[in-house]
Design a protein around this ligand. Structure first.
Ligand SMILES: Nc1ncnc2c1ncn2[C@@H]1O[C@H](COP(=O)(O)OP(=O)(O)OP(=O)(O)O)[C@@H](O)[C@H]1O
Ligand SMILES: [Mg+2]
Length: 79
């Protein structure tokens, strides 16, 4: 689990569901693609991203990724 916290402007509740939607941005020069790419990368690794935020206080993104168990590690248990 990786957690990123900031003490920025925060994200209003009604805007949280827009995170990761292509081209959604509130920045003058933003592409609105940063989170879409991030969500795709984490999803491709079978993980997920959870966001909590308070307007005027800040935001925390939590990325959870599953542990991978290689077949080599499993073999001794199977014998
Ligand atoms: N940590 C944060 N605090 C406040 N708002 C955020 C935060 N992260 C994302 N947002 C909001 O989500 C929007 C979309 O973010 P996203 O990273 O997808 O695009 P962007 O940052 O606007 O553009 P780019 O990634 O091209 O710089 C941002 O414009 C901003 O409104
Ligand atoms: Mg961004």
């Amino acid at each position: 689990m990786i957690r990123f916290s900031d003490e920025g402007c925060g994200i209003p509740v009604d805007k949280l569901k827009k995170l990761g939607v292509p081209f959604y941005t509130t920045k003058e020069n933003g592409t609105g693609l940063g989170l879409m790419v991030s969500y795709n990368i984490v999803e491709n690794h079978k993980g997920n991203i959870h966001v909590i935020s308070k307007v005027g206080k800040g935001t925390t993104f939590t990325i959870s990724l599953p542990l991978s168990v290689s077949s080599k590690c499993l073999q001794p248990a199977l014998q």
